[in-house]
Design a protein around this ligand. Structure first.
Ligand code: SF4
Ligand code: SF4
Length: 123
């Protein structure tokens, strides 16, 4: 999924003009993508003269760190609000189950998408 590197964006608005579904808007001189409307066509990435539209894969490390920090915050809140250390550990186990479930969803989605891709290549 695309995202815009604010440090590279010069606010030229080329991506805003070219997006086929008007999913990009300007805020404080920088382009912002509204991901609820984005259809992942990649045009903004192709037209940006500054290479400011970046790929998801560049945020993998940051997202892992965010997940870990978020889990630690939940654990601390559970401990504090529910009164003991065991509640923090229970919270941690729920987060582990949550991410295991996310992994299963991602793996099964990938399986189906690869089948779809093979079907298209066979046509
Ligand atoms: S085309 Fe690139 S530099 Fe221009 S507004 Fe969009 S992201 Fe920013
Ligand atoms: S990927 Fe396509 S739909 Fe999404 S913001 Fe870029 S140009 Fe618009």
């Amino acid at each position: 999924m695309p995202w815009i590197d604010k440090d590279r964006c010069t606010g030229c608005q080329t991506c805003v003009d070219e997006c086929p579904v008007d999913a990009i808007y300007m805020s404080d001189g920088t382009a912002i993508i509204d991901m609820t409307n984005c259809i992942r066509c990649g045009i903004c990435h192709e037209v940006c003269p500054e290479d400011a539209v970046r790929h998801d894969s560049e945020k993998t490390t940051d997202r892992i760190e965010e997940n870990i920090e978020e889990t630690k915050r939940f654990m601390a809140d559970c401990e504090q609000l529910l009164g003991n250390e065991k509640e923090g550990q229970k919270c941690l186990n729920r987060m582990i189950k949550h991410f295991e479930n996310e992994r299963i969803i991602a793996e099964r989605t990938l399986e189906q998408l690869r089948i779809l891709n093979s079907d298209l290549e066979g046509k």
